[in-house]
Design a protein around this ligand. Structure first.
Ligand SMILES: *Cc1c(COP(=O)(O)O)cnc(C)c1O
Length: 344
């Protein structure tokens, strides 16, 4: 059989030959002395790209989120997030264990409005309530199906937050996809936030690495937290070189992944076994529900695997498919045909 068509995640991408060459050629030094030239170049490139004063490389998006929580909150604080935010669902309880915060989910489908945010803020001035000190927005939203947060709403939320002394964090692991889909620059999308996290290991196709951007003072605090969590590295330029290569060569092509997700989604939506709002398919992620009477998620994932298509079971009747660098247009067509056949 041919190699499987792996739609489980955009994290499964492997470095291309050109990326491996960039890694091999990278000048390196000890990053904890600030002497890794390639990491320094990546950080300064990203301050410009994200429109913030300073930036810090981190090994993973989870660590970026956790460091951000520790910089912007204190134990016992409350953080308002979208429903099914990565920080609450995919980080193994880290937000509670590392930062000691409790998360309150608002809105639907990964999105929420400024009114919902303001209504969820705990009243001030009474010692019984946990202080709401942070709002976190995920853009694009993973479990929401890769949806892009409306920028006008982002601005309203962050203005309302700052007026009340509440900090704003953007989990932008897939901010690159949001930029391509919305036609807005990463800097514009990142502007309303105090700290912004981005990943190089999702759609951009690097083997690892994320980054936080913000003011000099916040990034200095983040550097200490990174060290405390064990995430400070040494000759990190090997990873930074991959990220720089990805920024140069894999950013604009995300539009192709978005077109592929659309092809897949339209084929899936044509099946009566599938519940899928095509309006949610805005980037490279397709999250769909299997109707009652249809096979459940585990069954569909197993049957698809037998036919060489890998998917992710997100819940009992919810499945995720993600397009990326290592899936061609022809493979997407084939996956769509196989899934249509399996679903009837
Ligand atoms: C993948 C992801 C992360 C975490 O990234 P890792 O590198 O896997 O730790 C954070 N936020 C979102 C929205 C993600 O999709």
């Amino acid at each position: 059989m041919d190699a499987p068509i792996d739609l489980r995640s955009d994290t499964v991408t492997r470095p291309t030959a050109a990326m491996r060459a960039a890694i091999a050629a990278a000048p390196v030094g000890d990053d904890q002395y600030g002497e890794d030239p390639t990491t320094n170049e990546l950080q300064s490139r990203c301050t410009a790209l994200l429109g913030h004063e300073a930036a810090l490389w981190l090994p993973s998006g989870t660590m970026a989120n956790q460091v951000a929580l520790r910089v912007l909150t204190r134990p016992g604080d409350e953080v308002i997030t979208s429903r099914e935010a990565h920080a609450g669902w995919h980080e193994a309880g880290a937000s509670a264990a590392n930062a000691g915060v409790q998360l309150v989910e608002v809105g639907r489908g990964g999105l929420f409005g400024a009114d919902e945010f303001v209504a969820a803020i705990k009243p001030r001035g009474l010692p019984v309530f946990p202080p709401t000190t942070l709002v976190e927005i995920e853009n694009t939203h993973n479990r929401g199906g890769g949806v892009v947060f409306a920028q006008a709403e982002v601005e309203r939320i962050c203005t309302a937050a700052h007026e009340r002394g509440i900090a704003c964090y953007l989990d932008g692991a897939r901010l690159w996809n949001a930029a391509v889909a919305s036609g807005r620059s990463e800097a514009e999308l990142a502007a309303p936030f105090d700290l912004v996290g981005v990943s190089f290991s999702k759609g951009l196709g690097a083997p690892g690495g994320s980054l936080l951007a913000g003011s000099r003072a916040l990034i200095q605090a983040a550097e200490r937290q990174r060290r405390m969590l064990g995430g400070a590295m040494r000759q990190n330029g090997l990873f930074a070189a991959a990220a720089l290569h990805a920024l140069d060569h894999h950013r604009e092509r995300l539009a192709e992944d978005h077109r592929h997700a659309r092809v897949l989604a339209e084929a899936l939506a044509a099946s009566p076994a599938v519940e899928l709002d095509l309006a949610t398919v805005q980037t490279n992620i397709v999250v769909f529900r299997l109707a009652s009477g249809a096979p459940d998620a585990a069954t569909l994932v197993a049957r698809a695997r037998e036919r060489g298509v890998l998917l992710n079971a997100f819940a009992a009747r919810t499945v995720r498919a993600v397009t990326h660098l290592d899936v061609s247009g022809a493979q997407v067509e084939r996956a769509a045909a196989i899934l249509s056949e399996l679903l009837g």
